[in-house]
Write a protein that binds this ligand. Structure first.
Ligand code: SF4
Ligand code: SF4
Length: 88
């Protein structure tokens, strides 16, 4: 499985929950403010992402979307846990 994430920088409040929850060290905090005046999170090492969606589950702003690719089937879909976090 390989993962991919997208972070909506304008929703991000820079709490770093995603940074500390990612077991692979994929996410870092940027050095430029977003429009709300926060330093937003951004994926920095996407090649390490497994698509586990821990980051999306921890984000209080629902700013993160996660996709997983099944290498055997060669298809990409939104991680179910990521999608469920958006509904709550
Ligand atoms: S999906 Fe998992 S591995 Fe990928 S950035 Fe989020 S917490 Fe890290
Ligand atoms: S958990 Fe969400 S709000 Fe907090 S830094 Fe990460 S993307 Fe931004």
């Amino acid at each position: 499985m390989k993962g991919k994430i997208a972070i909506n920088k304008e929703l991000c409040k820079g709490c770093k929950y995603c940074v500390t929850s990612c077991p692979k060290g994929v996410i870092a905090i940027e050095k430029q403010f977003n429009k709300m005046g926060y330093f937003p999170a951004a994926p920095q090492h996407m090649d390490k992402c497994t698509g586990c969606a821990f980051c999306a589950q921890m984000c209080p702003e629902l700013a993160i979307e996660v996709w997983i690719t099944d290498n055997n089937k060669n298809n990409t879909k939104k991680n179910r846990r990521s999608a469920e976090a958006e509904k709550t």
